[in-house]
Structure formats: C-alpha cells, structure tokens
Write a protein that binds this ligand. Structure first.
Ligand SMILES: Cc1cc2nc3c(=O)[nH]c(=O)nc-3n(C[C@H](O)[C@H](O)[C@H](O)COP(=O)(O)OP(=O)(O)OC[C@H]3O[C@@H](n4cnc5c(N)ncnc54)[C@H](O)[C@@H]3O)c2cc1C
Length: 87
C-alpha cells in the first residue's frame, strides 16, 4: 500500500537524519537495525519524486568489489590489458 506523502513530521524522534541519499538512508537503516526501538526520521528537501538522492542517477555499479584488471576489462570497451596496465 503506498504511503500517504508527504508524511507529517512526528512530534518526537530519537534520531533525525537529514538527507535521503545513500548515506542518510544507510545511517537510518543502521540505527534502526542496531536499536529497533529507536524512532528514526529521515527528512529531505527535495520534491518527493526525487527522494533518494543521487543514487537515482547512478549507472548501477554500486559498492562493487573486484580482484584486479581481469575482472574489470570485460566491463569496458575502450581499452585493453596492455593499455590499462600502464601507469
Ligand atoms: C550522474 C551520476 C552518476 C553516478 N553513478 C554512480 C555509480 O554508477 N556508482 C556509484 O557508486 N556512484 C555513482 N554516483 C555517485 C553517487 O550517486 C553518490 O556518491 C551518492 O549517491 C552520494 O550519496 P549521499 O547520500 O552522500 O548524497 P546524495 O545522494 O547527494 O544525497 C543527499 C540528500 O540530501 C538532501 N539534502 C541536501 N541538503 C539538504 C538539506 N539542507 N535539508 C534536507 N535535505 C537535504 C538532498 O536532497 C539529497 O537527497 C553517481 C552520481 C551521479 C550524479
């Protein structure tokens, strides 16, 4: 069921997170998971359709791990192993 937006601000909160980007939502989630009884509120100055910060605009590669060039080269088409190995 969709939330009625914008939500009214609560009268009280234990943690107020300003900004609903990746950093803010991660902080809010971490706080709520660490102490589930905390009242966590996230506010953002953007229009509701833009909530979520710049993550909306990303290419989707997000906090990835790799083990070096052999993992990365298949993802790109503008270089080869020799060129990519140069300092
Ligand atoms: C075009 C583009 C492509 C990208 N591609 C990638 C990618 O592929 N992979 C990757 O890892 N990263 C990518 N990034 C970077 C990534 O999006 C950012 O590093 C990340 O989203 C930053 O998160 P953040 O929470 O720090 O800030 P933001 O996402 O900028 O969030 C900040 C939030 O705070 C709000 N805010 C600001 N001031 C106030 C205020 N005074 N009161 C209330 N709210 C406020 C803003 O409205 C916003 O919602 C890309 C960025 C862009 C712009």
């Amino acid at each position: 069921m969709p939330l009625p937006l914008p939500l009214p601000l609560p009268q009280k909160t234990d943690i107020l997170v300003i900004g609903s980007g990746n950093a803010g939502l991660s902080a809010a989630l971490s706080a709520a998971q660490t102490i589930p009884t905390l009242r966590v509120t996230v506010i953002d100055k953007s229009p509701i359709s833009w909530a979520g910060g710049n993550s909306y605009f990303t290419a989707g590669a997000f906090r990835t791990v790799h083990n070096g060039l052999h993992d990365l080269l298949p993802l790109v088409n503008n270089t080869d192993a020799t060129q990519a190995s140069r300092n």
